[in-house]
Design a protein around this ligand. Sequence first.
Ligand code: 7TS
Length: 409
Amino acid sequence: MPLDVPAIRSEFPIFRRTINGKRLVYLDSAASSQKPQAVIDAMVHVWSHSYANVHRGLYTLAEEATMAYEDARAKVARFVNASDVAEVINVRNATEGINLVAYSWGEQHVHAGDRIVITELEHHANLVPWQQLAKRKGAKLAYIPVTDDGLLDITVLPGLLDDGRTKVVACSVMSNVLGTLPPVVEIAAMAHAAGALVVMDGAQAAPHMPIDVQSIGADFLAFSGHKLCGPGVGVLWGRRELLEAMPPFLFGGDMILTVKREDSKWNALPYKFEAGTPAIAEVVGLGAAIDYLTGIGMPAIQEHERRLLPYAIARLSEIPELRVLGPGPAERGAVVSFTLEGVHPHDIGALLDEEGICVRAGHHCAQPIHDRFCIPASARASFYIYNDENDVDDLVAALRKTVSLLARR
Ligand code: 7TS
């Protein structure tokens, strides 16, 4: 069943407003998605009805807040098919989840002369933590290169794994610039056979496709709630035995069992990694976002975008001055970065804004992949459940206007 996009749009209050007198065409969900009323209501309900700090109080409100918070964790666990709710750690965002692994696991296991393998298409969140860990430890950082077609060249991977010095392979499940969907299951199998751990950045994938942590091959998977219709929280899922053996990343309240003057004992999972008061209403909001998305159906969402993406690429390609980056529609998710000959991406962004169209312009926090294609920046349209062919048509019309306007200058 195709998605009923007008019905979905009607559930997002933001689509009732106009931008510069024009219909809002929101094509920046890869940066952050819009929020349905159900998510907004869930958070307001916490604040106005069941708010207190969690895991502490013995009074009714505190118990209600704790139940709502832990219920949301269980929803996240089901969403990614985790076998154990304690493997789901609430963090601020995907960035914090990856940093948690790079510090807590990385400091213990990566040593001088070891290798960390990442890819050329990583967002800085799955690049800089590894780069800095490598620097701290005197380890080597190796990149799986990207082909001219925007695919990963994994033929280099055996050569990076066969000396047994690679400790971790970190890879995005979907690129936020090229939309590339790397063969993560295959990469994970190769890494595991060589004794390396696999960290997956699911920030772009989790909002758009079913994710099963029991079959994808990850040891850790990080993603952000705000890209999947939820508020500003993130999730780190990790395999229990790894998390059990790791030291805490942050110290303080809630992550502690006993504290003596000279030493402390850590709380059980997942609390060991949730120091301090968490983002209570936000976590509940994430649970509501997951209910909302699973109500539509993750396979249906994936199918919707698989239909919309070829249309978008075909229509954009009608503009002679426009170059789409990355692989063909069969091998990517619904993110389309492009350049327009003779027009700076920032000017594209500003001119589209006048038409009520939101796209991102810049390097999208992924400079190495732009360097790979010898461009400083690009414009990016990214699609979600509330986008349809009308949005693509409006984008193409506005881009044509941009081209003719700038050609006249
Ligand atoms: N990984 C990928 C693949 C991403 O696309 C992003 C955010 C992150 C990690 C970090 O997520 P955060 O929630 O911790 O910030 N990507 C983008 C983007 O493409 N435009 O703005 C944010």
